[in-house]
Design a protein around this ligand. Structure first.
Ligand SMILES: C[S@@+](CC[C@H](N)C(=O)[O-])C[C@H]1O[C@@H](n2cnc3c(N)ncnc32)[C@H](O)[C@@H]1O
Length: 259
């Protein structure tokens, strides 16, 4: 399989119609939003009035829709895969939020936003694309002073991780760090930490791994003769199985930071 075919196969698995493209749920997005807005507040629309918000690596926009509903604001949503943005546009129209969400095709590795042009940057499951430290530093430039950054990132949750799990991530995401190292990095990059929390296990299953597993099963029927594509499906299934076995060892952690 050449690179082009690999990408096609990847996007066949990660189809825009999936509920979302990484672990997460509306409750976690709301909790992080509340923290980013400064803590307990009854009316998030009042607390967020006038803020300029961008959602980086928005995908098909599960969290963008939550942000738009909760804040009542217009939100910019950036991703480099057009079919995800088209799906987000469709979902926004269906939810009566068409004028609220402005999708933009763009590259996280070459962001062309002006410095200090946002009061809040959202980035669920996509900071790893820039690298944790580099991403924090780049996003800090985009934030106006006092602005906030909410992101989710895979983190180790304990030290004594069984070999099978450790070696899976050594091959798939060797940069994965633990919470306290990431908090140190955030502070070193000039942020105050407002909150952090590991998303619940349910945020991995209902919205993400369960439908992804169904998608894999569906594709497998047509891939029986295709060794390369079958191997990609095997990898997704292995990732799901690793989480099923070792979900106490790592998690998707929300960090809510203030510039
Ligand atoms: C793990 S998904 C997270 C999507 C969404 N935030 C969610 O939680 O469902 C990562 C997203 O980053 C996007 N992405 C990957 N590389 C990118 C790049 N260089 N520039 C912009 N977006 C990118 C992918 O298309 C995908 O939508």
């Amino acid at each position: 399989m050449n690179e082009q075919e690999q990408m096609e196969s990847f996007y066949e698995i990660f189809d825009p119609s999936l509920p979302r493209l990484g672990p997460g749920d509306a409750g976690s997005t709301r909790r992080a939003l509340r923290a980013a807005l400064g803590g307990p507040t009854d009316d998030l629309t009042v607390a967020s009035a006038g803020l300029r918000i961008i959602d980086l690596g928005c995908g098909n926009g599960a969290q963008t829709l939550v942000l738009a509903v909760e804040t009542g604001l217009e939100i910019e949503a950036l991703d480099n895969h057009k079919p995800f943005l088209q799906e987000l546009d469709r979902r926004a129209r269906a939810a009566g939020l068409a004028g609220k969400i402005h999708t933009r095709e763009g590259d996280l590795l070459a962001l062309d936003c002006e410095d200090a042009s946002f009061d809040m940057v959202w980035c669920e499951g996509a900071i790893f694309i820039m690298g944790f430290r580099k991403g924090l530093a780049r996003i800090r430039d985009l934030l106006a002073p006092g602005g906030s950054l909410a992101l989710s990132e895979l983190c180790w949750l304990k030290d004594d991780v069984p070999e099978e799990c450790r070696s899976f991530f050594e091959s798939q995401y060797p940069q994965m760090s633990d919470v306290s190292a990431n908090l140190d990095t955030a502070r070193a990059c000039g942020y105050e930490v407002l909150d952090w929390f590991a998303q619940p296990e349910s945020a991995w299953w209902e919205p993400y791994y369960t439908p992804l597993g169904e998608q894999v099963a569906l594709l497998r029927e047509g891939y029986a003769e295709d060794i390369d594509r079958s191997a990609m499906l095997d990898m997704v299934e292995l990732e799901i199985e690793i989480y099923r076995k070792y979900h106490d060892c790592y998690g998707n952690v929300f960090f809510v930071l203030k510039r």
